[in-house]
Design a protein around this ligand. Structure first.
Ligand code: ZN
Length: 461
């Protein structure tokens, strides 16, 4: 038996359900959804939205299907509760990123099952969660509502388009046009991680806040001329020196209540002694220990990225001919600030690091901050308690994602949004997201379905 297959007796929420039948049904829905090609662009999510609409309508669930632009779709379904509490949203996006077909060992849209995995574009981002959400609302309808049970709040199922390309026809459209349909206290979205480390399912990271993305242009200027006469102040060399200085620069470590909780709890389960001590160190309130811990964690890029504002160089441009010294050379930096940190101050620190007045740094795109969701709220607790039931040795930790998600939009509207990826995965499987041979372990699909169902069942009691 796979070590992560939860034992049925450990699931009080829905203990009477036939979980084998549930797993088979979820798998079938996921296969059908992968076979509906929603590569964005162009997205063409309408076909998939119709599939959801038919499936839910057939079971007597209220649905709303919109076509924000031809072929695109916004889909909302609602299970009514008694209204004693405000609604909860479960959401997922229907579009997927493109494929390099030649690099796949299977047809990315055939949804083939092989060796305990279901393969296909979208299996983990984000059709797996869409299938688990779909199964959750179906189970709540059949086993709570239809049996005379009570839901203390409405459950709103949202399937949106265009997440992979900015959300203009997706969440952005829904918020602008049908705000009344997505008014809720809590939302559960993609954006977290459920990690298997060295073969052991270790932790569920629930995203409650995210870094803020900005774009900064670095421009170096100098005299132009024929390449046969080398000139002092050549813009390309200047840019090179500036980029080297930026590459060496590290933003200061900044601990927040969230990162303290994240590393503090991870330190209780982490397998490597040295790293475990470093996690306990950064979670302490002693500045010397924080610095000592951060020096160890810097070696793990995903952890270093939650400790400080991160700077990545992404594009370099300059010059027109092999024998002409250009007057200008530019580089694009993608900077992700910690929530609440100022991009201006980060850029001022970079200017000091560059130490060259003929190099300018300009903020060309500015991200918007959103308030963090409360990790002591009933929704977070419901997730953590369900994890404890399913896998008593795993811990649930709050988490700041380094990437941007639709949840930021919801948080700015005053909702408590939480990001999960409820499927336990080792790094190799997780790295296939947006890559080749994307796949979901079937046991993890099963675990994720139970996790979402269990958490939503708890928070609607
Ligand atoms: Zn996604």
């Amino acid at each position: 038996m796979c070590p992560m297959t939860p034992s049925i007796s450990a699931v009080p929420a829905g203990a009477s359900l036939d979980w084998n039948a549930v797993a088979a049904e979820t798998r079938t829905h996921l296969q059908r959804m992968i076979r509906i090609n929603t590569v964005n662009p162009p997205g063409s999510e309408l076909g998939l939205a119709k599939y959801l609409d038919e499936t839910l309508t057939a079971e007597g669930i209220e649905t709303h299907l919109f076509e924000p632009s031809p072929g695109r779709a916004a889909f909302v379904a609602r299970l009514r509760g008694d209204g004693s509490r405000r609604p909860v949203i479960i959401m997922a996006h229907m579009d997927v990123v493109g494929v390099e077909r030649a690099k796949w060992s299977v047809d990315p849209f055939a949804a083939e099952i092989k060796g305990g995995y279901l393969y296909g574009r979208g299996a983990i981002d984000d059709k797996g969660m869409l299938a688990a959400n779909l199964e959750t609302i179906l189970l709540l309808k059949r086993h709570v509502v239809d049996t005379g049970g009570r839901l203390s709040r409405d459950v709103i199922f949202v399937a949106n388009s265009d997440e992979e390309a900015g959300g203009e026809y997706g969440m952005g459209w829904l918020v602008a046009n049908h705000r009344e349909l997505i008014d809720a206290e809590f939302a559960v979205n993609e954006g977290g991680r459920t990690r298997i480390v060295k073969g052991k399912p270790l932790y569920v990271a629930v995203q409650n806040t995210e870094k803020v993305a900005h774009v900064v242009m670095v421009t170096a200027r100098g005299p132009s001329g024929h390449a046969s006469v080398p000139l002092e102040g050549n813009a390309v060399f200047r840019l090179g020196r500036a980029l080297a200085a930026i590459g060496e620069h590290r933003e200061p470590v900044k601990m927040t209540p969230m990162t303290r909780a994240f590393f503090g709890q991870l330190a209780t389960v982490w397998p490597n002694d040295r790293e475990r001590r470093a996690m306990a160190d950064v979670a302490s309130r002693d500045a010397a220990r924080v610095n000592r811990g951060a020096r160890v964690l810097v070696a793990i890029p995903v952890f270093d990225a939650v400790l400080r504002t991160g700077i990545s160089a992404t594009i370099v441009n300059g010059g027109i001919r092999a024998n002409v010294i250009p007057t200008e050379a530019t580089a694009t930096l993608n900077i992700r600030t910690l929530p609440g940190q100022s991009i201006e101050r980060a850029v001022a620190r970079l200017r000091r690091a560059v130490k060259d007045s003929s190099v300018t740094l300009t903020i060309t795109e500015r991200g918007e901050d959103s308030p963090a969701s409360d990790f002591s709220s009933p929704m977070f607790r419901a997730i953590a308690e369900t994890v404890r039931d399913l896998a008593p040795r795993m811990v649930t930790v709050p988490y700041m994602s380094t990437g941007a998600t639709d949840s930021a939009r919801l948080r700015r509207l005053g909702m408590q949004a939480f990001g999960i990826l409820p499927f336990p995965m080792n790094p190799d499987d997780e790295d296939r997201m947006h890559g080749n041979d994307e796949r979901i372990p079937l046991a993890s699909l099963d675990f994720g379905t139970r996790l979402i169902y269990g958490a939503i069942h708890r928070v609607t009691r």
